[in-house]
Design a protein around this ligand. Structure first.
Ligand code: ISL
Ligand code: CA
Length: 547
């Protein structure tokens, strides 16, 4: 079984992890300084968000040089030291490969925009306008049109994200060869795996037809993602890069569905695993991220069940409840007030007991929460800042927009890691690039390190349990139906052992869904036994060895 199927993976957003040289920005030496902490979590690999040279309009996802390290994050020497430090501790490195677009400051684009005859012109998508406007009605993930008029040649170029992230033309063989060279370069530096940024959108529909979808997530699925040559491109990368370099891959798959995901996970020609977004769009209305909708535990449960069924026989899921693009998991799915500790532990139990490779986002192992911004000016996220421009045009008040971003904005995930209760949460000795969450005085790693009942030590215990349990790593998944709709109970079963995971995703006491006699408690987030299941109670039990 490939290492990735047994692994627990820790995601690091380096700018917000630890600032080793006190310039206010997290850096590679900061990650190196914390390698013993990372290893103490029991994780097997680190996914590092992009560290390439970038104007940093989109947190490094706008790459201007794929072959060099962003100066404020460190040097190539620091990178070599980080790889060595991880491998020394028997941990692997997953690099974030930004394939769908480059920065507009990349030399390729600087050339491409010069003239229609330039040799790099077709590295990107250029079209004349229509009826005095953009070539079609495509909207950016970051609000506004997905096209920008460029004066030099009076044509529009496509950018599914910000205007500083022009989409690369993967239909051009030279673009594919250039991207393969980049991946080989990093593979030769010891990178063990790649997280493939928005890989599902790299094949565009010929002729750029208008979108006939009103719901933005339908637009992603039916218009931007799953293009006609996507499967072909994935197979080509697998043949020319991933297999030769023996690299594991995890695709970021906005727009995939349980019905089509396996197309990209073929054993010989596909990716190793893929992030789906079924649950991550659950609380988004037709307007996308800043158009929240109520979600239910029932819906949440069915999504996990449906996706597990999709990967029951082939393919492999990457399981996550939060990352750098979404609100903190305890604030979004749990209760970050009176049940902050219990619900953090419950979500950790869910994440680490689910079938598929679990990805834990930095800070979720200590229960970091959302940040409350009091003004949009405090945001450091282009998606939010640009979203506010559109919201204002649509007459939304700042108060209403602030509610939206305080619930779903990406700033929530990008506050500096809370190391201790000192100034700047011990992240830096100077005020960081991004606001520190004031609750770092109580929620921080130092306060939890030696507390046996802390979220951090619960996470460590759950990692140990998962890695020593065949059912939890390899076993089949089955939902156990319950009367109580806020109870999520499922089984993980190998041919010799069965674990039952019981989760109360509510702030109410409920009846136990099954008789616990003859069952051994493996772990739980409440100590003593209780006649009813308590608010946000999580428990894993297994049938006692038959006497
Ligand atoms: O915003 C989303 C749709 O609701 C997210 O799914 C996310 O923006 C999308 O999946 C793409 O994310 C990736 O590519 C972006 C970058 O901003 C994100 O940080 C990255 O995870 C462009 O590179
Ligand atoms: Ca720094």
């Amino acid at each position: 079984m490939s290492w990735h199927k047994r692994a627990v993976i820790y995601q690091i957003y380096p700018r917000s992890f630890y600032d080793s040289n006190n310039d206010g920005v997290g850096d590679l030496q900061g990650v190196i300084a914390k390698l013993d902490y990372i290893q103490s979590l029991g994780v097997d690999a680190v996914w590092l968000n992009p560290i390439y040279k970038s104007p940093n309009e989109d947190g490094g996802y706008d790459v201007s040089d794929f072959y060099s390290i962003q100066p404020e994050l460190g040097t190539m020497e620091d990178f070599h030291q980080l790889v060595a430090g991880l491998h020394l501790r028997n941990m692997k490195l997953i690099m974030d490969m930004v394939l769908n677009h480059s920065s507009d400051e990349h030399p390729w684009f600087q050339q491409s925009r010069l003239s229609k005859e330039n040799e790099f012109r077709d590295f990107y998508f250029w079209l004349p306008g229509k009826n005095g406007g953009p070539p079609n009605n495509w909207k950016s993930f970051f609000s506004g049109s997905a096209w920008q008029l460029d004066g030099a040649t009076n044509e529009y170029y496509l950018h599914l994200f910000s205007g500083k992230q022009p989409d690369l033309n993967w239909d051009l063989p030279t673009v594919r060869e250039e991207m393969k060279k980049i991946m080989r370069f990093w593979a030769n530096k010891g990178v063990d795996a790649l997280r493939l940024d928005v890989i599902t959108t790299i094949s565009k529909r010929p002729g750029f037809p208008n979108s006939d979808q009103t719901d933005f997530n339908d637009t992603i699925r039916k218009v931007y993602a799953n293009g006609p040559r996507l499967k072909e491109f994935v197979a080509e990368l697998r043949r020319d890069v991933f297999d030769p370099a023996q690299m594991v891959t995890v695709g970021e798959g906005p727009g995939i569905s349980p019905q089509n995901a396996l197309e990209y996970l073929d054993n010989e020609k596909g990716l190793s695993m893929i992030f789906h977004f079924g649950h991550m769009f659950l609380d988004q209305g037709s307007g996308g991220r800043f158009d929240p909708r109520k979600w239910s535990v029932e819906e949440f449960k069915r999504i996990f069940e449906e996706w597990d069924r999709a990967f029951a026989k082939q393919g492999w899921g990457a399981v996550f409840l939060g990352n750098h693009d979404f609100a903190r998991m305890v604030s979004r799915w749990g209760n970050d007030k009176e049940y902050h500790v219990q619900s953090s532990k419950l979500l950790i139990t869910l994440l680490l007991a689910m079938r598929g490779t679990p990805f834990i986002f930095q800070g979720d192992e200590i229960g970091m929460t959302n940040l409350i911004l009091s003004s949009v000016n405090q945001s450091r996220d282009f998606e939010t800042i640009n979203g506010w421009r559109t919201a204002q045009k649509n007459g939304k008040s700042e108060k209403e927009f602030l509610e939206n971003i305080n619930y779903a904005g990406r700033d929530n995930a990008r506050t500096p890691f809370q190391w201790n209760d000192q100034a700047n949460a011990g992240f830096s000795s100077v005020p960081p690039w991004m606001m520190v969450n004031p609750n770092h005085t109580t929620i921080n790693a130092a306060a939890q390190e030696n507390d046996r009942d802390s979220i951090l030590n619960y996470f460590r215990a759950m990692v140990r349990i998962r890695k020593n349990s065949i059912p939890l790593t390899e076993g089949q998944y089955t939902t156990i139906e319950c009367q109580e709709k806020n109870l999520y109970v499922f089984e993980r079963q190998s041919d010799r052992e069965k674990m039952i995971i019981i989760l109360n995703l509510s702030s109410h006491e409920l009846e136990w869904p099954l008789d616990l006699t003859n069952h051994e408690k493996i772990i739980g987030n409440y100590e003593e036994r209780h006649p009813r299941i308590r608010p946000w109670e999580a428990m894993i039990i297994k049938k006692s060895e038959s006497r």
